[in-house]
Write a protein that binds this ligand. Structure first.
Ligand SMILES: [Zn+2]
Length: 53
């Protein structure tokens, strides 16, 4: 009666896209669109607007 327990693989963390924290809104698209935070710049994925940090 040996029960084999399958080891559950740990869920991958880090692959989830983090919700943007207090981000700037795109001045072109309006308050509904936030700018993506990059290393040295903020960019809008919608219209392509970006600004340097
Ligand atoms: Zn935009």
């Amino acid at each position: 009666m040996a029960k084999e327990k399958k080891k559950e693989k740990p869920k991958r963390e880090g692959t989830l896209t983090k919700p943007y924290k207090k981000g700037k809104h795109c001045p072109k698209c309006g308050p509904g669109v936030k700018l993506a935070d990059h290393k040295n710049r903020l960019s809008c994925g919608k219209c392509g607007y970006y600004e340097k940090k």
